[in-house]
Design a protein around this ligand. Sequence first.
Ligand SMILES: [Zn+2]
Length: 209
Amino acid sequence: MLFKIPSIERLIHELSRLPGIGEKSAQRLAYFILKNKEDFPEKLSLALQSLRTNVSVCKTCYNYTEITDICEVCDSSSRSRKQICVVEEAFDIAKIEAYGKFRGLYHVLGGSLSPLHGVGPDNLKIKELLKRLEASKTDGNPVEEVILALDADLEGDTTALFIAKQLEGQGIRVSRLAYGIPFGSDIDYIDNRTLGKAFENRVELECHL
Ligand SMILES: [Zn+2]
């Protein structure tokens, strides 16, 4: 029988619950922690505890926030109130913020519509988005555009269509991030669906000769 150390096995088990971490990676991480057990476990545990006590969800956009009820973006006076970028998960915001060109607000849905997996409109923050848009009309700062930064898959498409339908006739522009051929890739390596979308989202070339 294989010799096992219960504490290490327990750590491997917990680490392998993390997304994208298989048994092998969990083992590697566990042995790294073990090798650095003088300081790393304590630092990691403090970081996890601080996450638990200090981080909550923003009451307006459902992004994560530290200590305060309203996140830094919602609270900032330098952000435009006219645009709301709708994302599936809070970590999508970090990516858009790193890009650095979007100066509006966000709204985190908490996933995407997936009838197959039992995720309906009530499981996402869609109602909250509609309420937020409605409230913006009365507070004198109406939202003019909702940008759907959703995944380019079936669930993302379903969610985008559902939200667009809800906002029909409200005078709010609903846009979706363009998708198509990734930068630097060859057309012969692109799958049919991506190529189809790239055709649909083609842009006019401006030639100034
Ligand atoms: Zn917020």
